[in-house]
Structure formats: C-alpha cells, structure tokens
Design a protein around this ligand. Sequence first.
Ligand SMILES: Nc1nc2c(ncn2[C@@H]2O[C@H](COP(=O)(O)OP(=O)(O)OP(=O)(O)O)[C@@H](O)[C@H]2O)c(=O)[nH]1
Ligand SMILES: [Mg+2]
Length: 300
Amino acid sequence: MAKLRSSRYRSGFVSIVGRPNVGKSTLLNAFMARKIAITSPKPQTTRNAIRAILTGDGWQVVFVDTPGLHKPKTLLGERLNDVVRGTLREVDAIVLVLDASAPVGGGDRYVAEEVLKLGTPVICVVNKMDVGGPAVVAPQLAAAESLGEWREIIPISAKTGENVAKLQQLLVDLLQEGPQYYPDDMVTDQPQELLLGEMIREKALELTREEVPHSIAVRIDEIVERTDKPITEIEATVFVERDSQKGIVIGKGGAMLKEIGTRARKDLEWILGTKVFLKLQVRVAKDWQRDPRELQRLGY
Ligand SMILES: Nc1nc2c(ncn2[C@@H]2O[C@H](COP(=O)(O)OP(=O)(O)OP(=O)(O)O)[C@@H](O)[C@H]2O)c(=O)[nH]1
Ligand SMILES: [Mg+2]
C-alpha cells in the first residue's frame, strides 16, 4: 500500500550554527540561491541572527543564520554568542556546520556540546567538501560522527552547491505541521537599512586586514529615493575603533573608501533596483567592541 503523506502545511525554523568561518552564511545563501547574508574569509563576519525564508509547495523553512560561536574576547563577542544561544532555544531543527578543510577541534566540540544539550534534531554538515577531495572528507565525516549523536551527517559544498538540495530535502522531511509564517514572496525579514549596511561592511571586510575588519561597523544615516529619477541617495558611516584605523579605511587620498563605495554600490543597486549615489564617511567610535553604550548605538 502506498504510504500516505499528510497534505497539511508543514513549517519550521532551522538554525545554522558552527564555529566562525565554517561557511554558515554561504550555506544560507546557497539554500536561497541568492545573497541574503554577507560572507568573508575573516572569522566573525556575521553579527546578527539573519532570517531567510524558503517557501516550497506545501512547506516553509525559516533559516536562521547565526554568528560563529566562539570564545569571546570582547563584549561584542559575548553579545554574538548570546545571539546564537537565543536563537537555538527557538528553533525546530539545527544544522551544525563543520569545515572539511580544517581539523575538527575544540571549537567544534564546544558548539556540538551547546546544541546537544537542547534535544532539538541536529543535522551535521561537513562543508567545503570541494576542498581536498574524498581523502580529506572521509576522516572529517568520521570526526563528525564522534562529536555526538546526529540525525544525519552529510558532506556538502555551500560554494559549489554539491549536496545542498539533498540537505534541503532532509530538512523539509524533518518539518512538522505548522503555519505559513511569512508570505510566499518574502525572502528575509531583515530591515532594508541593515541589509544595505551589511553590503557596505562586506566590502570594507574584503579590503582590510588583521584587526581592522573586526573593528568595522556600518550605519546607514539616510536613504532618499529621488522622485524625479530612478536614483536612491544613501549616506552611511563606517565606524572604526581607532584613529590609525580611520586612516587605513580612508586610504591614500581617499582611495580605499572610494573602492569600498564602488564595490558596495553594485550590491546596493542590485537590491534596490535603482541607480545609487553612495556617500560614505568614516568616524572613530573608540573601542566600541568593548563599550556597552557604543554597542547599543551600533545595533549590537
Ligand atoms: N572552498 C569552499 N569555501 C567555502 C565554502 N563555504 C564557504 N566557503 C568560504 O569560507 C569563508 C567563510 O564563509 P562564511 O559563509 O562567511 O562563513 P561563516 O561560517 O558564516 O562565518 P562567520 O559569520 O564569521 O561565523 C568564505 O571565504 C567562503 O567563501 C565551500 O563550500 N567551499
Ligand atoms: Mg556568517
């Protein structure tokens, strides 16, 4: 006899967690087949819980990308971990991401312990399987298995898309009956200001090194849609922690800031569907990562 499948609507929240830089945000974007979250080779890129909504035929998954769980060194770091823990309590399933291109270590065990104590179904993903081939991936899968009891363990590449559809199906199969949380055409609930600010921050991360990326925050000051032409005028401030960093971000004769603006403008125009005039300024918010008032002001 054919197995009966419930025709009721199914939905759920799925959190993507892991230590910094394993590819959580890249995976979120792969599920969505578009860029929702910014990514970078530098750890601790993501600073907010970012929701992306994938709606299928009779189901809806709300993915929640999270900051990398890590040993915090600053107040910002503590806040980021709090964001992850807050998210974990509210979701129906968890995707734990490991990195096939780096040894499974203390950082991964720390995250595994955090998720195991919740009793929520966890799918363990070994990401970046495109790096190094089967000889590298096989021992990583074994290491993943020794980390804990997972519903499934699956190797994927968020970058090439390998096995991402398979992982998506595993998650859809985990969904319980539930409401459609968001309208069909909604892909994220991020406020537009945040989305635009993140695109600018991504370019600043791309172009800076060492401790500078961690010290960067972006605030959108003004968005003006012109009524006479399809142009949006955006003013934004790039915050850094010290005067020396301000010099770096502005660059010789303003070259660095100009490059950040040029790169960001392309993303902003894609999001807004209009031409964009972008005006950037750089300001110092002294040691903002350790200052509760500054953190609040910057939205963390
Ligand atoms: N080769 C390869 N690189 C990947 C893959 N997935 C992500 N990356 C790269 O890994 C780096 C980190 O990716 P992110 O998606 O920003 O990682 P994250 O886990 O969100 O990082 P945080 O937000 O800092 O915690 C970026 O340079 C990505 O391009 C993959 O499947 N293969
Ligand atoms: Mg991220």
